[in-house]
Design a binder for this molecule. Sequence first.
Ligand code: GDG
Length: 746
Amino acid sequence: MASSAPKPGRLFLVSNRLPITMQQKDGEVQVQLSAGGLATGLAGLHRESGGSWIGWPGMTTADGILSAKVQAALKSQNLVGVGLSPEQHQGYYQNLSNQCIWPLFHYFKERMHYSVTDWEQYVAVNQRFADTVLQQVRPQDTVFVQDFHLMLLPRMLREAMPDLRIGFFLHIPFPSSEVFRIFPQREELLKGALGADVLAFHTLGYVRHFRSAVAHVLGIETHTTRILTEGREVQLLAQPLAIDAFQWEPGPAKGEKEIAQYSQYLRQMAAGRKIILGVERMDYTKGIPERMRAFQAFLAADPSRVNRVMMIQVAVPSRAEVRDYQELKNDVDRLAGSINSEFGHPGLQPLHYLYQSVPPAELKALYRTADVALVTPLRDGLNLVAKEYVASRFEDDGVLILGESTGASWELGEALRVNPFDTSDLVRNLELALTMPIAEQVARMRPMRQRVRSTTVEDWARACIQAIHHSHQTSPAPQFFSSSTQQQVCTSWAQENHQRTVFCDYDGTLREFTGTPGEAVPTAEILQLLGDLCALPKVQAWVVSGRPADLLAHWLPIPGLGLVAEHGAFYRPPHAVDFVPLFTSPQLSWREEALAILQEFTARVPGSRIEEKEVGIAWHYRESDPILGAWQAKELFQHLAEMFMEQGVQVMRGSRVLEVRPAGIHKGNALQTILSEVEHSGFVLAAGDDHTDESMFRALPDSGWSLLIGNRPSKAKLRLDSPAEFRSFLRQLATSSSAPLQADRE
Ligand code: GDG
């Protein structure tokens, strides 16, 4: 797949915010790159490829346009700015991103504020980003989009530049589909993200949630890590963000002196007490009040603990203009006050609460000095603080207490895991942590530290980008059967002097799918069309279906029509009366056992049903819950394939149907047999929609026309979107025959 794709071009990163601080002084613009984290890890990659980082530089302008000076200053750092007006910033970022998607994706439905105007701004700003990206990129480039602010961007880019390699990473949780579908524009968000070649998340849990949302909201069948949509394959990836552990370890030129000084200050302040540390943005997802209440309960259980333990809580101001965040700060202020007044003594303050950002050296000192890190968000995409604490413990001591609802808990299994909502669980684990023998601390910390050290941010980025390059396919679906090509095909059909043969599948090709297979009786239009085709001289029309022979004969009573039943097990040539087997005495000893298994699965999956045919047995799950149906079909497939592998039986997957039948019977074989019986075969066309039709496409001679009805990777040369489009093409064929017919008569 990857080998046939052209060499990847430059890398472009796109995020809501550029990783910079910008100052304008005396008409001069100064751009300072942020240090550490994602910014440092990613910067090298786009620079070495010749690409840029595209995002909002952090200041709004009245008209949403960045001055030439600002753009030039950004360009000198390989950055491209997207300008935003205050209204756009408010609607897209403050409101829709931070007060709608953020709370909902963290399971805080009651804090979600949705308005149509904000949504419109979100769409418009995503489009603004798309326009900026499109001005920069060429089709062979790679674009790696970051986070929930830009969920519509992948699709916008895909529509404008179909061959672009696009990846998307979600830094926050992807919630359960039950929660996700509360979002009013849920289809749009999913379709937007599905424009990417690779959708990456921190954990497999989020991958599962996303798949489930796609299945339930869009009704698209999904596979473990793949989704087929609009003719493309989207790969789902669990790739937790890494940190550069070495940055947290002691080393020359890392401000060691400052760190040591602050550590000493902390120890003096602790005066022999053990230190519990909490660090995060002041955000309701981080569980700060819950943690403080647990500390309060811990002290209340034994007030003398105040002489042995203290807590430092750093809460970095965040989204402070939003009411929910102001209220949270007031709560935390009050709680901190009440803990200190309840348990403090003159000169002995149990809780040091800092509502501020601390400089990097102080943060390092805090991580190195704290005996226990209490990282207990109520919900967190990953949580870098937990990894940073582990990386800082270069002597492998210290205890990490980690909330089970953080993505990081997937990787940091040796931490003490807690339910962040359960005060008594927090208290119990605080007691455990504070009395943990050093040998156990080391036994837990060492493997976590080794794990955190084993990858860097750059490794993370490279893994994502490699996945994007690997999964990208250039036009994997057949080309659309344009009206001009249809004209050409009709001309070659009309000019053909030899036999003209048309093979078409029935369900999903000639006829639209219906709720139950029994409802899909042919319409008068279909009967007329097939009748007209069969009435033409030198034309053979065949319906090649998985349906049983007697049903096809009953539904399609057209004497001139050829019929192939049960995926190629039987056929009835035009004007013949009986069906003839296309196989030599099949082995049917497996049937009884297979039927028993299918019955078991039918009992398990509501809405599924068995169709017994003369040789094959089909299990249909079109009316079942899409997730349950697809999951059970996969199980069933493996089960049957393993059981009957050596008995000459094959298991085939169709569109929401699975069929067991003797090996070697397929539509392709039927097509070859029929064509071998035609004396002078000329024009041949085969049309079908599902995987069982691929064998027909493969069996066609090179000069044949293969036509997929639908949009997915296929062996077919051309495609149409629907049975209605196919019927309209057949109608054109039927009427294009008049010229040579007249010539024939002369
Ligand atoms: C989002 C997702 C996901 C914090 N206080 C100070 C300070 N920090 C730094 C930490 C850490 C970063 O901020 C916080 O990262 P988190 O991962 O903990 O949380 P979010 O900001 O919510 O990040 C999260 C992340 O994206 C990455 O994908 O893990 O789940 O919500 O690096 O060190 N840095 C300094 N002073 C502080 O006071 N210097």
